[in-house]
Design a protein around this ligand. Sequence first.
Ligand code: ASN
Length: 257
Amino acid sequence: MKKIFMFLVICMSFISVITGCEKEKSVDKKEAKEKVYKIATDTTYAPFEFENDKGELVGIDMELLKEIAADQGFKYEVNVVGFAAALTALETGEADGVIAGMSITEPRKEKYDMSLPYFDTGTTIGVRKDSGIKSFEDLRGKKVAGKVGTAACKFAESISEKYGFEIIQFEDSSTMFQDVIYGNTAACFEDYPVLGYEISRGLDLVIPFEEIAEPTSYGFAVMKGENSELLDMFNKGLSNLKANGKYNEIVNKYIKK
Ligand code: ASN
């Protein structure tokens, strides 16, 4: 009899633990739908985030975020702060998430939780047509440009000693591109989808070789262990958009084959 009683007590407490958890989970979900998530992003980083002729913030990231939020039913606001500042905002809790053409890299995965990959990328360089630069070797003794905190700039740092060049850092990609056009720096290190897109819309630079350094993919980031419900919704929404054709629709709008 005593044994049966003990068994019942254990069962009851187990059930209350389970229902307790369930309750918390459903409150979390409700909160997630009511909360206005703060999403930080880069300044001009076409075709992922940039202002169109009408002054509207558009791009693959912006449209994916909009459709994912609609699909998953969450609210958000976007803060355009620049890439390094977006990461700082995430780290200080001013932002809940970052979408900014952000590469999924090993060091970042230690600090942030990153979504499923949503776009292939990798690093290349942009140079002036008349520069004669055809390889990293040709950068010896020269100044090159990189954007603060980016994977491309970290890659430049990793090979700067080997190829003997100095890196000048910029806060945003457009100023960095202009610096190469003016001839102050000999090359800029940037992601090929971004540089390629800008060249296709008239930026006066060329990509001198085909090899892509450190190929990876873009992902959405939250601080490690935080905002997991937001990351889950992003991943679920992204999968739904891939399945229902909206993902392709958005990408094809910007990248013409
Ligand atoms: N592509 C950059 C990185 O992943 C981010 C950016 O420049 N918006 O580091």
